[in-house]
Write a protein that binds this ligand. Structure first.
Ligand code: PHE
Length: 487
């Protein structure tokens, strides 16, 4: 439509002086006219000059007054021709905004005398505001004073307008656009004599390459991995998201009534709902230590149930992996080990700005004879210093599987406060002894989330922008590499 109109018009006329007026006269959409001009110009069918000007448009409030009349007019009309009316009555009768704006404007224009009683000062008024707005709507000129007052009342605003002037035939003008062949398809090549091929445009920019992008979590994970490897840690296999309650809780001396084992906190599996096998002799020793203790412990004194331990769940921490690894280690002749893992864990949590039902946990542990709390503090200092967090503080905490346990705080220079960054402790004898580790073997361990440091590094304050179905893909594409640690 628009294309035929332009090319057809130029066949018999010298030029189109103003694309806006041209569109209005033919009742065509100006945006479409603009697009067609741009395209025809590209193929040199036509030439055109860009045209910019400011136009006035009505705001929503302006449109309302243009259609219904100004509030001062309504206010004036509500005041009786003779005598007066009480201000309170008017307020009750009129719309709140009509009363407020109308009374002020009508008083300012000296149409009414305002007091407790309101009366007319003149007998007849004209709604100039409405008239002026209608004039603008029709594209008619208006005096500067009226314009200023409408602008001051935010009934109109100026808007940039672009179009084309001087639209003329170009060197390749034709009354109808030729369809060029653009692709070197088999058919086009076979018919090449009948076809006209579009010229190559060697100046055209190529399509932006849709390359892959590393997610911030992957980049930060790599840096954590490097730090662990530099410190001589081996990575634990973490490829089983589904774990039995036994390895996730029981092996860790977490009693079966513990609130974390409730379905409010943990995702249990429907199918398969239970684990197929567990190491029976070890299960027996775990049952013993829960029920009546041993190794210097009194245990929890309750009836330990195998069914509870069999229940499958989505692992709630990677410490489940640590318990499997330590059990495996206990089977052979003892060798000291440094293990780490970084992988996904799941908790049945209410999702908010800082919590998701799944996140990534970083876990480190060292297993050797005669380790002490001093070793744990020293290793944490070394680890977190490499992350650029040399200032640490520790707070006594509680985990069923560690004693002593410490929360780790780091001084955040940017936030100027101490922030909790992780949890740590020495695994309890009630956990290590039933596995069969030698009595003097101690295990120091710590865990933290991967999301927390990533959010701090990348300045992300809503975890849902980082991970999950609402992830901000642009953020993933744009994000720079943020380095942890000090150079
Ligand atoms: N498993 C703990 C958690 O989920 C972290 C931790 C790991 C604590 C190892 C102590 C020792 O928060």
């Amino acid at each position: 439509m628009a294309e035929a109109a332009i090319l057809g018009f130029l066949q018999n006329n010298e030029s189109i002086p103003d694309s806006g007026k041209f569109a209005a006269e033919l009742n065509l959409d100006h945006e479409e006219i603009k697009n067609v001009i741009k395209s025809l110009q590209g193929f040199r069918y036509i030439e055109a000059k860009e045209l910019k000007r400011e136009t006035l448009v009505l705001t929503d409030e302006g449109k309302k007054y243009a259609a219904e009349g100004s509030p001062e007019f309504h206010f004036f009309s509500a005041v009786p021709e003779e005598g007066s009316v009480s201000k309170d009555d008017l307020e009750k009768k009129l719309d709140a905004s009509v009363f407020k704006i109308g009374s002020t404007q009508a008083a300012k224009k000296k149409w009414v005398a305002m007091g407790k009683q309101v009366s007319r000062k003149v007998q007849h008024v004209e709604d100039k505001v409405k008239e002026s707005l209608l004039q603008i709507q029709q594209g008619l000129e208006l005096d500067q004073e009226s314009l200023n007052s409408l602008k001051a009342r935010k009934l109109i605003v100026t808007q940039g307008w672009t179009g084309y002037s001087d639209v003329k035939k170009g060197p390749c003008y034709a009354p109808k656009r030729k369809i060029f062949a653009t692709d070197l398809t088999r058919e086009n090549l076979q018919n090449w004599k009948e076809l006209e091929f579009k010229e190559y445009n060697f100046n055209a920019k190529g399509q932006p390459l849709d390359a892959g992008h590393l997610h911030p979590l992957l980049k930060v994970r790599k840096q954590f991995k490097d730090i662990f490897c530099q410190m001589g840690f081996e990575e634990m296999p973490t490829n089983n998201f589904v774990e039995s309650s036994f390895w996730n809780f029981d092996a860790l001396f977490q009693p079966q009534q513990h609130p974390a084992r409730d379905s409010h906190d943990t995702f249990f599996l429907k199918a398969p709902s239970t684990t197929r096998e567990l190491p029976e002799d070890y299960v027996e020793r775990v049952k013993q230590v829960h029920e009546s203790g041993g190794y210097g412990s009194r245990g929890y004194n309750y009836d330990w149930k195998r069914e509870e331990a069999n229940k499958n769940l989505l692992r709630t921490h990677t410490t489940a992996v640590s318990s499997r690894m330590l059990y495996a280690l206990a089977k052979g002749p003892f060798t000291p080990k440094k293990y780490f893992s970084i992988d996904r864990v799941f908790r049945n949590e209410a999702v908010d700005r800082t919590h998701l039902a799944e996140f990534h946990q970083i876990e480190g542990l060292i297993c050797d004879r005669g380790l002490t709390l001093g070793d744990l503090i020293g290793v944490l200092q070394a680890f977190f210093s490499r992350l650029g967090m040399p200032k640490l503080r520790f707070k006594p905490a509680y985990n069923p599987y560690t004693e002593p346990s410490m929360e780790i705080f780091s001084y955040h220079e940017g936030l100027e406060k101490w922030v909790e960054i992780g949890n740590s402790g020495m695994f309890r004898p009630e956990m290590l002894q039933p596995m069969g580790l030698p009595e003097d073997v101690r295990v120091i361990a710590w865990g933290l989330s991967l999301e927390r440091p990533t959010m701090i590094l990348y300045g992300i304050d809503n975890i849902r922008d980082l991970f999950g179905h609402k992830v901000d893909l642009d953020l993933i594409k744009r994000n720079p590499i943020c380095r942890v640690g000090i150079e």
